[in-house]
Design a binder for this molecule. Structure first.
Ligand SMILES: N[C@@H](CCC(=O)N[C@@H](CSC=O)C(=O)NCC(=O)O)C(=O)O
Length: 288
């Protein structure tokens, strides 16, 4: 059961700011949903946008410009939160890259995180089922997924672990090989524990090696060359994902664009959001 906190008219559609009690996280969760203009009898395909570290559903809603293209092509957009909030766990607010705002789209197995930090089940199971009930017009059987940074990793992971569920996937500056970077080691070590065998289930670079489903669409990835998380800190490593896909014989093209001069911010995301919207509109059957 959702509570509507705001309904904002935008680009001919409506942005719904909602909250609900989640059984995956055992907390109240906020979610934004943009519904494009449409005739009442028509079902509307859906794009899920997963945000990065520190974000609420509002960052992308306010800064990506994605709703303009969702309205143009006729798909809805779901903007989930990035973690439970106010779970009351000691240490959850101590750092910006772990805990609140940094749920890493995993189902935690380790105490004290496992009661609340179950963002994988929340995003891929509970939330779509609940929203399908709330918005009868949204067609969650025709759904694609995208995201930024931690959310780009969440999108790639969700696509690869749920063969046939998402028609297409794309990512902006995704954390592509979390087993191999400081953000991933911190998050997985705490949420999943010391046994690295369990970490592989959440690493796109490893998951693509065993992805066998017939649905192998092109995967669009943009990465700014001056993004310090990419160039300096090596947190992102999209080349590792592209190389693994090639070695695995993934049939679609890994369309990795290193875009000169761009950083990690929403200035970068909004510059390429049209390309991503078009990519998904094609796979959702809205354009040729
Ligand atoms: N100084 C930033 C650091 C965090 C940051 O850059 N977060 C990115 C995602 S990073 C990987 O997941 C982000 O999307 N920030 C929100 C924004 O609106 O730009 C900070 O504290 O935000």
């Amino acid at each position: 059961m959702f509570t509507t906190n705001a309904q904002i008219h935008q680009f001919g559609g409506i942005l719904h700011k909602l909250s609900h009690d989640s059984t995956s996280t055992n907390t109240k969760m906020d979610v934004n949903v943009f519904v494009p203009p449409s005739s009442p009898a028509k079902s509307i395909p859906v794009l899920v946008y997963l945000s990065g570290l520190t974000c609420t559903p509002n960052n992308a809603t306010e800064k990506s410009f994605l709703q303009y293209f969702a309205s143009k092509y006729g798909f809805a957009v779901v903007f989930p939160d990035t973690s439970p909030r106010g779970a009351g766990i000691a240490g959850e607010d101590d750092s910006w890259d772990f805990g609140t705002g940094a749920g890493f789209y995993v189902d935690a197995t380790q105490e004290p995180w496992s009661t609340h930090y179950n963002m994988y089940s929340y995003v891929h199971k509970e939330l779509p089922a609940a929203l399908a009930q709330h918005f009868g017009q949204l067609d969650f059987a025709t759904v694609s997924i995208t995201g930024h940074s931690m959310g780009g990793y969440g999108a790639l992971t969700g696509f690869l672990r749920n063969p046939g569920v998402y028609r297409s996937v794309s990512a902006f500056a995704p954390i592509s090989n979390p087993l191999n970077c400081a953000w991933g080691e911190k998050a997985f070590g705490n949420y999943l524990g010391a046994d690295k065998n369990t970490w592989y289930n959440y690493d796109p670079t490893h998951l693509i090696k065993s992805y066998t489903h017939a649905n192998q669409p092109d995967i669009l990835i943009q990465q700014g060359s001056l993004d310090s998380f990419y160039a300096k800190d090596h947190q992102l490593q999209p080349e590792n994902f592209a190389a693994a896909a090639k070695d695995a014989g993934y049939a679609g093209k890994i369309d990795l664009h290193i875009v000169e001069g761009y950083d990690h911010s929403y200035f970068f995301i909004s510059s390429f959001v049209e390309e991503h919207a078009k990519h998904h509109a094609k796979h959702l059957g809205l354009i040729q």
